[in-house]
Design a protein around this ligand. Structure first.
Ligand code: AHR
Length: 511
């Protein structure tokens, strides 16, 4: 059997991989906001204005580009006026989606915007369609972004913030087919047009409006939203009245009632999870094809604003808090998703993994007893991929003997790859999904001379290896010396169950 060969034309840059596909999502759910991001100003945990400094530092280190908030399902139950003004005067409400807990609204609009400023991330606010009103949404964006003495700008000043903020991303509802109102596609499409109209652009704040989109393979939902544009463009050439539709897709190995354990799984479940992750490729292709029918020039973006693994909660924890461990398997689920996002860079303008801290496929876990912060294996994939942010996608053609395995009625390729270039560098991402076998991949590098390379590897002895406060680096990236010159370019050793990135230094291009 010959090695798989990855053919890459380094001189044929494709569409830009938006840094926003490395976006994040923070919902009022379990310990994501409270105890995760927010500890309050009086906490012993080092914080700036109540926001945990170590969490901010960890996310800044991976160049977090944007943060979606306040939900999720919570967004369609959230009334923004409950979360502004003096904290002690804010009403207590009920978070009926997540644990039925009382929400004291300590973390609201100003706290979220302060968090985004600390992170250096663009805010992505999810507006309430399900139980809100057009007026409420319209006043929220006025409150956030208006500069003069309009009623909402004046209220913001009364609450201590003089300057308007910039809010580049705005969600029109969330999962409108489910927790966001149980609406029919046709019904929501009309509402999305209406609500988006009133998300006004104040004080030069250009807003990218994202209509709540489909779940999984609900192509009818995407088609209905695409049809509803008619006409597609506003006077300025942008799609209107909204600019993007979203898509949600979660990876799990069992049914909704028993999604699988985060840490106790066998080899079959390893492959099942990775084949479910690889399914993102088909979803992007088919939702993209549906969008192409109505928008061949790709003016409407596809925003995958919820994705990631969803396992059974950790034993003994609140089922409504969605706390799960994060293993090497989660890391490879992430790398496989990123390969798909890179391949579809012409349509996928943003993606948000669910969720940033202590919930679902988190970047960081914080211990409620000791306050220790742990970086997850998934975090390290984000860290290894920062070179792809805003770089030009390069097509990777896998040839030769690419091993496959029959999983779930289909053939799962056991090597996944993508690449990008920026200036005189390129970054190649390679995932070996094989639970047991190491593999060597030849990089057939064409079009530009490669004058240097460095590589990193993320792997661990066990498939379910994960990081804890006691063993924070059980899964952590290391320099990889398994890269050699080859007559076609380079050959790269991929340990079993590993993720490898190879950074290439390129000689200046001949023009
Ligand atoms: O991320 C958890 C939940 O998953 C979100 O609130 C909802 O949008 C989705 O169903």
């Amino acid at each position: 059997m010959s090695s798989p060969v990855a053919v890459i034309d380094l001189d044929l840059p494709g569409p830009t991989i938006s840094r926003h596909v490395y976006g994040h999502f923070a919902e009022h759910l379990g310990r994501c906001i409270y105890g995760g991001f927010w500890v309050g100003e009086d906490s012993d945990v080092p914080n700036v204005g109540g926001i945990r400094s170590d969490v901010v530092a960890a996310l800044r280190a991976i160049n977090i580009p944007n943060l979606r908030w306040p939900g999720g399902c919570f967004a369609d139950d959230y009334h923004w006026r409950d979360g502004v003004g003096p904290r002690e005067a804010r009403p207590r409400t009920v978070n009926s989606h997540w644990g039925d807990v009382v929400e004291d609204n300590a973390f609201g609009t100003h706290e979220f915007m302060a968090l985004c400023e600390l992170l250096g991330a663009d805010p992505y606010v999810s507006g309430n369609v399900g139980s809100g009103s057009v007026r409420e949404m319209s006043e929220w964006i006025e409150y956030l972004t208006r500069a003069d003495d309009s009623p909402m700008a004046a209220l913001r000043r009364e609450h201590g913030r003089d300057e308007p903020w910039k809010v580049p991303f705005w969600g029109i509802g969330n999962e409108a087919w489910g927790c966001g109102g149980n609406l029919r596609a046709e019904q929501f499409a009309s509402l999305a047009r209406q609500y988006a109209t009133y998300v006004r652009e104040h004080a030069g704040n250009e807003v990218y409006r994202i209509a709540a989109g489909a779940s999984d393979h609900d192509y009818h939902w995407t088609e209905t939203l695409m049809r509803s544009f008619d006409p597609l463009e506003s006077g300025d050439g942008r799609a209107a009245p909204f600019q993007a539709v979203s898509l949600h897709y979660y990876t799990m190995t069992g049914p909704w009632s028993d999604k699988g354990s985060a840490t106790r799984f066998d080899t079959d479940e390893w492959y099942l999870a990775l084949s479910r992750a690889a399914h993102m490729e088909e979803l992007l292709t088919r939702h993209g094809a549906m969008m192409d029918r109505y928008d061949p020039r790709k003016r409407v973006g596809l925003v995958v604003d919820e994705w990631g693994t969803w396992w059974n909660v950790e034993p003994g924890t609140d089922p409504g808090f969605l706390l799960q461990q994060n293993t090497l398997r989660d890391a490879l689920v992430a790398s496989v998703h990123f390969d798909a996002f890179h391949r579809h860079a012409d349509r996928v303008v943003m993606a948000n993994i669910a969720q940033t801290v202590n919930v679902l496929q988190a970047m960081v876990l914080t211990d409620p007893e000791t306050d220790a912060l742990v970086l997850t294996p998934t975090y390290h994939v984000f860290a290894m991929n920062t070179g792809h942010h805003d770089a030009a996608a390069l097509a990777v053609h896998l040839r030769g003997d690419v091993p496959t395995r029959e999983v779930d009625g289909g053939e799962l390729p056991l090597v996944s790859a993508s690449a990008s270039t920026r200036g005189d560098t390129a970054l190649v991402s390679l995932t070996n999904l094989d639970a047991d076998a190491a593999r060597t991949v030849v990089l057939d590098l064409r079009g530009r001379d490669v004058v240097g390379h460095t590589a990193r590897v993320l792997t661990a002895p066990a498939l379910n290896a994960h990081n804890t406060a006691a063993t924070p680096d059980a899964v952590a990236p290391a320099l990889h010396d398994g890269v050699r010159a080859h007559k076609r370019g380079l050959e790269v050793d991929l340990p079993a169950h590993s993720y490898v990135t190879v950074r290439l230094e390129l000689a200046p291009a001949d023009d």
